[in-house]
Design a protein around this ligand. Sequence first.
Ligand SMILES: Nc1nc2c(ncn2[C@@H]2O[C@H](COP(=O)(O)OP(=O)(O)OP(=O)(O)O)[C@@H](O)[C@H]2O)c(=O)[nH]1
Ligand SMILES: [Mg+2]
Length: 424
Amino acid sequence: MEKQKENKKVLLVGSAVTNLEKRELTEHLEELSLLASTLGYEVVDTFEVNLVKISAGTYIGSGKIEEIKDYASAMKIKEIIFDNELSPSQSKNLEKLIDIKISDRTSIILDIFVRHARTKEAKTQVELAKLEYLLPRLTRLWTHLERQTGGIGMRGGMGETQIEVDRRLIRTKIIRHKRELVKIEKHRKTQGKRRQEEFKVALVGYTNAGKSTLMNAMTHSHVYIKDELFATLDTTIRKWEIDNDHKVLLSDTVGFIRKLPPNLVSSFRTTLSEVIEADLIIKVADISSESCFAQLDSVEEILMDMGVVDHPSIIVFNKIDNMNKKIMKQAKQKYPDAIFLSALEKLRLQNLKDSILDHIKQNETTISLKIPLKNMQTIIELRKHTKIISEEYEDEYGIIQINCLNKIWAKLNKQLRHSFEVID
Ligand SMILES: Nc1nc2c(ncn2[C@@H]2O[C@H](COP(=O)(O)OP(=O)(O)OP(=O)(O)O)[C@@H](O)[C@H]2O)c(=O)[nH]1
Ligand SMILES: [Mg+2]
């Protein structure tokens, strides 16, 4: 099935209602073109449509539809991709009028995810998002779906059309995938419990910003890197010893993009849980890109939608080896606390390390405790979960100075409260 898609001729359509949007439109279409080429499509041309008003039935007006139809038939276009998300009825109407498969940015993103999913978790999440997207959109031109769900040839009761059969099959599959994800999430939570005591740092950012390259540079690991959109779909977690006294768990996860389908974000909840639970978030931006700031804004928006609002964070502008001076100057003004580095060329990585260390230190407690020796279990627990800085013993008690993360101290304090006295 994948082979058929290669070199498929497509036409991109983007629309703008206001002047501001018009300026961004070209940029958005360039990105859509990159998305389409990630799927191996041949982008024949792009149409920028100025809209006075969005048509409820067909999104664009009838004159434009005619123009696109003529062009598409002359150029043997096989699929038309809209940059804006079309409602199910808009895409159905357009499909009928133009008689060519119509898709939108969302479905292209979903297709890339389908193609790049490797693990069971990613595959289940992607398929769930795709099925939810397709359910209200079944038409005769979405034939690949019928094959995907095994719908062909499986007629249901009397008078039931193929589309109705497919709809029923999709609903069943959606339920099955959701159940599967609940299982995966449970498993992840048990694993997560073991990691709760570590300081967790999560890399987030626009797709292709260089998150995986940074992960590899910092931890000397070999996460998959590629100059394509959505190279990473899973979360990789690595232990990283920043210095002799401090180690963190660093996670690299799926990248974001403008207009990321909301059901994709919600079905990737398990994968993104490392971001939600992180003690520190590193927002990686690509300083070599003209749309660097718009990309950073999209990342902030998606994080907000995920409920990640108050997490401490560091902004990292990556790819300084290939930077644009003007953007660099703006970035320094706009984000005076940001770190500038190159993950690929391993330039200024130490600045990021120092900044992470500062964050960890702000999250640490050093405290002296007086512990009666009869409470030996308390001493054992402290040895297990904290760093012992010094210890002195008298006949009946010990004075122990410990250092640990605030979150560990909060837990220990609650658990062992009556077995010691805080003296400093
Ligand atoms: N010039 C330059 N290129 C870089 C740098 N860091 C990463 N790249 C390139 O940017 C491309 C994307 O890198 P990745 O590390 O895969 O990006 P990512 O953010 O993990 O992308 P996704 O997994 O798709 O979200 C690759 O071609 C890298 O070689 C850098 O510092 N300088
Ligand atoms: Mg990656």
